[in-house]
Design a protein around this ligand. Structure first.
Ligand code: ZN
Length: 462
């Protein structure tokens, strides 16, 4: 198949909505207009449907080792699930090994994805120690490999946490090479102290994972990260922002005109601490930062409306309840951290449209376009425009379905949203012009996803 015509739909982008046909040649959008009559190998009827750029999830952990086990979705099952949910691009995280430069870790993750991913993907590189070699590797990756973002941690001492000097050095590096630092902002020293205290008191249930990571620990680290970026004179991107006090730090920074960006996740908008209960079932909801009391949700929604939050990623990092989450019975520290969610993100965020919180245009922006701009994919992904990759979702804004582990495509034995009724779902999903999902049926090909060499995004990050 080389040409496709999408007819009679309503095109929705981050900035516009209009009725038009979209013509695709060799995977790229070539024409947009009303009543296009060019011959096409495939014609897709989008009457009554939205024609939008495929979702971009910039925060996933597929096939990731964690505490003696591995996240349950690999690059095949995870990208198939993403595609069923209307997401056509992922940016996952490759991890540096201690004592090495960045390349062995990067190459290991490239191998994990190769031959498996069904949609296009890129990598952020997690930096655990910043030697001179690593410093050089950062420059090289930005210039030659299309890895233009790096993640650092302010939590998990001894595993991922780096000190302020390291953070500042890494930020300064990006001033020269144009890369972007993504920050896990929680105060690891405070958290580990609270964790030790809880265990001394015999508080071992999953909810204590959440209670030992208070919102202030996230807000403090978020504020510090922003201040370090300000001193280095560079933009910063905070991953998985979960609470009001951290959001307040970002809002203050942006009001001052600083290039501070932040992502939240559906779990912080739809789930809360109360969902964890008191028993071990709460392990299903163990993630970091943790779920917060429900009164944080309204602030986060407002943050999305006001553009204090620019993106919604999932932090998809699934572990089966049976056999994996269970590793932490009797000790919440041993519960693998993470939730499944890559499949539900676009639909969950459509509820913001259904509930009149924001426009369809804003929905496209927070689930796709902003991510493309911030992470160096502008013009290629996240838009319906001539020259862009034909990653297109034909979305039915009326279609209802119920979220459930029985019907989802993620390789995990529970759903965080079991039984939730959702309005809106993708009918047809195209990846570079090929139909990969049609009416819930899988039509794609393992390994068809391409590694994306991303650009530096200097002109968008101001
Ligand atoms: Zn993560």
């Amino acid at each position: 198949m080389s040409t496709t015509l999408v007819k009679n739909g309503t095109v929705i982008t981050a900035s516009d909505r209009y009725d038009a046909d979209v013509y695709i040649d060799k995977g790229v959008i070539t024409h947009i207009g009303q009543g296009l009559s060019m011959p096409a190998d495939t014609v897709v009827d989008a009457s009554g449907k939205l024609v939008m750029p495929g979702g971009i999830d910039v925060h996933t952990h597929l096939d990731m080792p964690f505490g003696g086990t591995t996240s349950a979705d690999d690059f095949e099952s995870g990208t198939i699930a993403a595609a069923h949910g209307g997401t056509t691009t992922l940016i996952d995280f490759a991890i540096q090994n201690f004592g090495e430069g960045l390349y062995p870790g990067f190459e290991a993750w490239m191998k994990r994805a190769e031959g498996k991913a069904v949609i296009d993907y890129g990598f952020h590189m997690i930096v655990r120690e910043l030697t001179d070699q690593v410093s050089g590797d950062m420059d090289k990756m930005v210039r030659h490999d299309g890895v233009t973002s790096f993640k650092l941690f302010m939590a998990y001492p001894g595993v991922f946490q780096v000190d302020d000097a390291t953070i500042f050095k890494a930020l300064t590096k990006t001033r020269d090479n144009g890369g972007l630092i993504c920050m896990h902002a929680e105060n690891g020293g405070v958290i580990d102290t609270l964790v030790a205290e809880a265990l001394r008191k015999g508080q071992t249930a999953p909810k204590y994972h959440a209670l030992t990571r208070p919102p202030r620990a996230e807000a403090e680290a978020t504020g510090r990260a922003v201040a370090l970026a300000e001193m280095a004179g560079v933009p910063i991107y905070i991953v998985h922002l979960s609470c009001s006090a951290a959001l307040e730090k970002i809002r203050q920074a942006r009001d001052m005109g600083l290039p501070a960006y932040a992502e939240t996740c559906p779990q912080y908008l739809f789930l809360s601490l109360e969902d964890m209960g008191n028993g071990f079932e709460g392990a299903k909801y163990v993630c970091s930062p943790p779920l917060r009391p429900a009164d944080h949700q309204e602030d986060l929604w407002r943050g999305l409306v006001r553009d204090d939050l620019q993106t919604v990623g999932t932090d998809h990092c699934p572990f089966d309840f049976v056999g994996q989450k269970e590793l932490g019975r009797g000790d919440f520290r041993k519960i693998p951290n993470g939730l499944p969610g890559v499949e539900e993100r676009v639909d969950l965020m459509f509820q913001g449209v259904v509930n009149d919180r924001y426009t369809k245009e804003r929905w496209v922006e927070i689930t796709s376009t902003s991510a493309a701009r911030i992470f160096g994919l502008a013009g290629v992904k996240g838009v319906i425009a001539p020259g862009a990759d034909a990653d297109i979702v034909i979305y039915d804004p009326e279609r209802k379905h119920v979220l459930s582990a029985e019907t989802h495509h993620m390789n995990v034995d529970y759903s965080c949203y079991e039984g939730m009724e959702i309005q809106g779902h993708s009918d047809i999903v195209l990846s570079r012009g090929s139909v990969i999902v049609e009416d819930g049926e899988w039509k794609g090909q393992s390994g068809a996803g391409k590694f994306l060499k991303r650009e530096v995004a200097r002109e968008y990050l101001k």
